[in-house]
Design a protein around this ligand. Structure first.
Ligand code: SAM
Length: 274
């Protein structure tokens, strides 16, 4: 899969990739390994993003690839803003909607199934847009960036956080489908995220490294993988389908080594629609 192919029509490979990514992140295993927040830094980093975007009760926010809705709900609780979450997985949308109801913020936070590359919202309708740990999984990043620009009001801002790659090529053992879904295989150099956003017409306002958040997240996943494997072996936990724990542990180990060697990091980017 090559992220540079920029055809307007979605290929069947692209559609498969999006569904596959959505299926993995809506799985019980993903929640066991990642918790509710599916990005490095969790809600702490989301809140920092909210502060950088100066969110408040008067702001309309779009959360692109909203996952289980944790960030959208947290931002509404913390800043009182209205948040609409767009997410490819219908099941995740259902869960996020229920979570917003349970948290008592369903008047502020709503979710809808949709594709980041064809956002189901009108032009110039949002003050801010967040996209956490998901842009790197979009097959057509130029179209997604153009969508960000389209849906923002003039003066609106993007708060993007994502995996960064500091080596010319992703190591061979981090290139498979699992690595793609885990956001590693198509992690971009920081300059490349900047290029996608600026080519779409956005102006970069701030770049902030958060490599330590990624290292902590991978360390936590390694620990949880061991725990989940043990529970499955002891028949104390049943997961649908066969999990290749050896493959998952090997990939997590390679990822941890690559992060320690500064081959991968995590960064926050704030950009403005002029
Ligand atoms: C790593 S998770 C991040 C979820 C959420 N932003 C968070 O930080 O908790 C990536 C999410 O992107 C969603 N996703 C992937 N491709 C998408 C697309 N083209 N449009 C909308 N959502 C997408 C997946 O279903 C998954 O929920």
């Amino acid at each position: 899969m090559n992220s540079e192919h920029e055809t307007a029509a979605a290929s069947s490979d692209d559609l498969n990739l999006k569904s596959c990514c959505a299926n993995v992140y809506q799985s019980d295993l993903a929640r066991l390994l990642l918790g509710e927040s599916f990005h490095p830094g969790g809600t702490v980093l989301t809140e920092q993003l909210g502060s950088l975007l100066r969110l408040g009760p008067d702001k309309q926010v779009l959360d692109v690839a909203a996952g289980q809705g944790t960030s959208a709900i947290h931002l509404a609780q913390r800043f009182g803003c209205h948040v609409r979450g767009i997410e490819y997985s219908a099941l995740a949308v259902e869960r996020a909607t229920e979570a917003a109801r349970a948290a008592g913020v369903d008047k502020l936070v709503t979710f809808e199934q949709g594709d980041a590359e064809h956002l189901p919202v009108p032009a110039a309708s949002y003050d801010a847009l967040i996209c956490e740990c998901a842009f790197c999984t979009f097959p057509n990043k130029s179209i997604a960036a153009a969508e960000f620009l389209r849906v923002l009001k003039p003066g609106g801002q993007v708060g993007l956080s994502d995996l960064t790659r500091n080596v010319a090529a992703v190591p061979a053992d981090l290139q498979g489908l699992l690595a793609w879904i885990a956001c590693i295989a198509d992690a971009q150099p920081l300059e490349s995220y900047v290029r996608y956003l600026t080519q779409a017409g956005l102006t970069i306002q701030m770049l902030e490294p958060h490599d330590e958040a990624l290292a902590e997240m991978v360390k936590a996943i390694q620990g949880k993988l061991l725990g989940v494997e043990l529970l499955v072996k002891l028949n104390k936990l049943q997961l649908p389908g066969e999990i290749d724990f050896a493959q998952a542990k090997a990939m997590a180990k390679s990822a941890a080594a690559a992060i320690q060697a500064h081959q991968f990091g995590y960064a926050v980017i704030i950009a403005l629609k002029p």
